[in-house]
Structures are given as structure tokens and as C-alpha cells.
Design a protein. Structure first.
Lengths: 407, 145
């Protein structure tokens, strides 16, 4: 079987653009290049029409109204706008925010800055060993001065999908704004801001077969009406919340990507989950002590996160050099710390160093999955033969009782 | 991160990977690092009656650079005396493998592993100390340096 290498299994890092998205975008670079805020000629009207259409496509995918969609340069900007905008607007009312332990890196970074510079007090809500946030824990963390609760809808590393409706209900009862970074979830699993009680939602085009550099923030207008201080001043675009000329081709691409995801979601999710399960079964059947990180039931269809005991993650990736994957190993990040998400599950540090994320997508084939199963199993065998830890474990040494001589 | 050709070569074709029976005579074993730090190296030397390292083996849990550092160390150890082995510096490993700054700790671990293995032999046999101080051995070390 001829197979094209390298194989891409890092769809949760970013996705390739769907060619249909590109086709939709192209005319807006050249023929229809107008400024959507130009009110007195057809170039502007065309652009405005395209942006309105896209706003509707995004809104339809998440169950909002078009007016509640604010276009941004991506999820990170949307997250910054949400947190900083809420803090400035509601800072008088309270200084407390509640964030889940496995919220995304941009959320972690922005709340740390707000804590440092604006006196925001944070409560980090832990997750259980599957990465699930308990609505009761959120309820217990909310104080009279809480102005925002943030729970990432689906985690980027382990794929755990939260019970958003239950958490939304808790927030609604307490009268607290509920934010979610849904960049991993939108387009992959059903999202409904009404049913889930979400007030602010960040999403990114490049995680759902759209272009990089485009995203959106959903800002609820009714029940409650959420107000935000703008973080970028300029021409008052996007209802005054995000100035700057709208990236029309990018917005058109985001809209088209949302439309396609909505059309194919049920079939696509089923197909990809079947491939993911095939990958999981093929790897787990071949080797002992391979652990699934996260939840097997509340999980994104395209995510598989495994820890290969006694094998360090980066050496695993090196052995699988023709497959694009990610690792929670410290060696693959700039921080020299293993993944905070994996550690939040209560997984031991050595297993955090051994974690590998496989993420599948629209263009993943069964042949690719089978190829990767074979290569993973070979590499596990080879690296375990090389691992002193595996040898000790096989000799019956309890590794947790060894006193290690680290430098 | 791009790996140097030498790191890739050691990773793909590790030299002297395996284990000796640590209770056998003439064997010194060093285990350094910790699983929670993401690196554990086991390095073993087999030393003859003349105090010369006849053979060496390693097993490593760690990144590609850690595997390469320990693989290289076993190559360098063969044929050296105890004293010469103790003189191997991590910077030599860094230079040989073109390790980037973030991977220097791998070379330090390899140097520690060498020292731990040789010291284990010395402690167990008591022979290494004499060999290391014998005039002929000291001369050999100077020649190499």
C-alpha cells in the first residue's frame, strides 16, 4: 500500500484549510476587495454583505444571533478581549474570577496578568482524573464578588468535553458571567450557547479547516446583556468592541468553515471517532502499560492522548519522525515542565513526560491509522528494550520506592 | 527541534545498548537521573584486572539527546582506564554531538553516569583505586589529554 509521508496527526494544533474554504475566500482578495465599512459604493456593500453572511454562518453553528458575533484575529485575541473587557467593565462590582485547572494557555496567561496588575483574585477549580470539571465545584468556588467563570469546553490536550449546560446553569443561578474557550469544540461537537447558558465564547477558524489569523468572540446580548471594554481603539468596528478593518477574506473563510462543519458534523464525528478508536485499540492491544489520558466517554471524537510508561515522550516522537504528533513531555516545550494539563489529572510526573497526543481530522484515512499503529508498536518495543525503567519494572522493582540520584 | 546527524545516528543505531549482570565480578553500575525529571540513565562498565574498561553498556529513559549521550559514552569508555574514564568531561560530549544549550543537561547526566559506574566498581572491588594511581596509568592519561 502506497502511503504519503509524512502523516499529519496533529489536527488539534491546527488543521489544513478545506479547499472549499479557500475557494470561498479567494474572490475577496481581488475582485471583491472592498472595505465593509465603506457605505457609499458597491465595493463596500459587497464586502459588508460577505461579512454579514459569515456572521450568520458562525452564529448558526453555535446557536447565537448574528449580532452577537465579534470577529477577532483568533481565539487568543477573543480570550484577551473577554477577560480584560469584563475586568474593566465589571471590576467595580467584584475582583474574583474562577478558572478551571485545565483551561488553555492563553486563559492561564491572561488571568495571571490580571491577578498581577489588576488585583484580580483567582480560584482554580481542579478536575478529576478524567479531566472533568464538577459543576458543584464551580458552585462552591463562586463568591459574592465573582465576576467571571471560565471553563474550557473541550481540552486541547486530552479532549475531555465538559458538562457545559450544568456549569452554565450554576453560573446563571449565581448571576455570574460564564466564559468558555471553545476553540477545540466548535465544529467538532454540537455547541448551543442558549442550551449551555454561555455568555462569552471564543473560537478559532484554523482549528476547523479555516484560515489562521481569524476567530470570533460570541458576546451575549440578552439575558444578560454582557458589556465589554474594548481593548483596541480605532474606528468602532464590530459594535465598538473590536476596532480595525475587518479581515474580509478571513471572515469569509471562517464563515464557510462553520457552514461546512455544521453540514458534515454528525457523519464526520462518527467516522473520525471510529478511526480514533481503531488507533487506540491497535496500540493498546500490542503493549502493556499504555494509559489513556482523559476520559474515554466524555471525549472529542478526534482526540487520543496516551502515556507510554517507561518511554520519554520526545524520544517516542523522534522514533515516529514521519508522523506529526505532539507530546506533553517537557523536552518538547520551551518551559522544561511537563504538561500542566496531564499533571492536573493526578498523573505522575514520569507518565506526564511520556504522554503523546494523536489528533485526527477530516483528511485522515484508515491506511494512515494502520500505518501509525504499526510504527507506534515498533517504536514502543524498541524504546522499552532501551529503557532502564522498563527493565527494573520487569525485574519487580517498585520504581516509586527507588531513591533517584537527580542532579 | 532539529537534531544533529550524530544524535540521530546514535538514536537510530545505539551502540552497546543492553545490560550486564550487576553482581558479576568486574562490573560497575551507575544509575543517574529521575523518572519525574524525564531522564534516567543506566551505564555499566566491565573492568579487567589491569583496570582497563573492556566493555560498556547502557540503557536510557530520556530524549534523543540523552540516548545519544549515553550511547556515545559507552563507545568512549571501551579501552580506557578507570582514571581516563573519570576524566571524561560533559563538554566533550556536547562538542561531539553538537548539543544545543537546552540539552546540555543530557551530557552532564552522561558524565555523572560514567562517574557513578566507575565509582561503583571501585567501591565494590577496591582495585580501581590502585590502578588509578599507578604511574603507568597516569602517563597514559596525560598522553591522551
Amino acid at each position: 500500500m502506497d502511503i504519503k509521508l509524512p502523516i499529519y496527526m496533529d489536527y488539534q494544533s491546527t488543521t489544513p484549510m478545506d479547499p472549499r474554504v479557500l475557494d470561498a475566500m479567494l474572490p475577496y482578495f481581488t475582485d471583491h476587495f472592498g472595505h465593509p465599512a465603506s457605505r457609499n459604493h458597491s465595493f463596500g456593500w459587497e464586502a459588508e454583505q460577505a461579512v454579514d453572511t459569515a456572521r450568520g454562518q458562525v452564529a448558526e453553528l453555535i446557536g447565537s444571533t448574528p449580532k452577537e458575533i465579534i470577529f477577532t484575529s483568533g481565539a487568543t485575541e477573543a480570550i484577551n478581549l473577554a477577560f480584560k473587557g469584563v475586568q474593566e467593565m465589571y471590576g467595580e462590582k467584584g475582583r474574583h474570577m474562577v478558572v478551571s485547572a485545565i483551561d488553555s494557555r492563553p486563559v492561564q496567561d491572561v488571568v495571571k496578568r490580571l491577578a498581577r496588575e489588576k488585583g484580580v483574585e483567582l480560584t482554580e477549580v481542579p478536575v478529576d482524573k478524567e479531566g472533568v470539571v464538577s459543576p458543584d465545584d464551580i458552585k462552591a468556588a463562586i463568591r459574592p464578588d465573582t465576576i467571571l467563570v471560565s471553563v474550557m469546553m473541550a481540552n486541547n490536550e486530552i479532549g475531555t468535553v465538559q458538562d457545559m449546560a450544568a456549569i452554565g446553569k450554576v453560573c446563571k443561578e449565581a448571576g455570574v458571567i460564564f466564559f468558555t474557550d471553545a476553540s477545540e469544540a466548535v465544529g467538532k461537537v454540537p455547541v448551543d450557547v442558549q442550551a449551555m447558558g454561555i455568555d462569552l465564547l471564543a473560537l478559532a477558524a484554523h482549528k476547523m479547516y479555516g484560515p489562521k489569523g481569524e476567530g470570533a468572540l460570541f458576546v451575549r446580548r440578552k439575558g444578560p446583556r454582557v458589556r465589554l471594554s474594548p481593548q483596541i481603539d480605532g474606528g468602532g468596528h464590530e459594535r465598538g468592541m473590536r476596532s480595525g478593518t475587518v479581515n474580509v477574506p478571513g471572515v469569509v473563510g471562517l464563515g464557510k468553515a462553520c457552514e461546512l462543519c455544521r453540514e458534515v458534523m454528525p457523519d464526520e464525528a462518527r467516522r473520525i471517532a471510529a478511526l480514533r478508536d481503531r488507533l487506540q485499540d491497535g496500540i493498546l492491544a500490542a503493549s502493556d502499560e499504555v494509559h489513556v489520558n482523559g476520559s474515554r466517554t466524555r471525549r472529542l471524537p478526534h482526540n487520543l492522548n496516551l502515556s507510554f510508561a517507561y518511554i520519554e515522550g520526545e524520544s517516542m516522537l523522534m522514533g515516529l519522525h514521519e508522523v506529526a504528533l505532539s507530546s506533553g513531555s517537557a523536552c518538547t516545550t520551551s518551559t522544561l515542565e511537563p504538561s500542566y494539563v496531564i499533571r492536573a489529572l493526578g498523573v505522575s510526573e514520569d507518565l506526564a513526560h511520556s504522554s503523546i497526543r494523536f489528533s485526527l481530522g477530516r483528511f485522515t484515512t484508515e491506511e494512515e491509522v494502520d500505518y501509525v499503529i504499526g510504527r507506534v508498536n515498533e517504536t514502543v518495543k524498541r524504546l522499552r528494550e532501551m529503557s532502564p525503567l522498563y527493565e527494573m519494572a520487569k525485574e519487580g522493582v517498585d520504581l516509586s520506592t527507588v531513591s533517584w540520584k537527580a542532579d | 527541534m532539529a537534531y544533529s546527524d550524530k544524535v540521530l545516528d546514535h538514536y537510530n543505531n545505539p551502540r552497546n545498548m543492553g545490560s550486564f549482570d550487576k553482581d558479576e565480578e568486574g562490573i560497575g553500575t551507575g544509575i543517574v537521573g529521575a523518572p519525574e525529571c524525564g531522564d534516567v540513565m543506566k551505564l555499566q562498565v566491565k573492568i579487567n584486572d589491569d583496570g582497563v574498561i573492556e566493555d560498556a553498556k547502557f540503557k536510557t529513559f530520556g530524549c534523543g539527546s540523552a540516548i545519544a549521550s549515553s550511547s556515545l559514552a559507552t563507545e568512549w569508555l571501551k579501552g580506557r582506564t578507570v582514571e581516563q574514564a573519570m576524566a571524561i568531561k560533559n563538554t566533550e560530549i556536547v562538542d561531539e554531538l553538537n548539543l544545543p544549550p537546552v540539552k546540555i543537561h543530557c551530557s552532564i547526566l552522561a558524565e555523572d553516569a560514567i562517574k557513578a559506574a566507575v565509582s561503583d566498581y571501585v567501591d565494590k572491588s577496591g582495585k580501581g583505586k590502585d590502578a588509578a594511581t599507578a604511574p603507568a596509568e597516569a602517563d597514559a592519561a596525560k598522553t591522551r589529554a
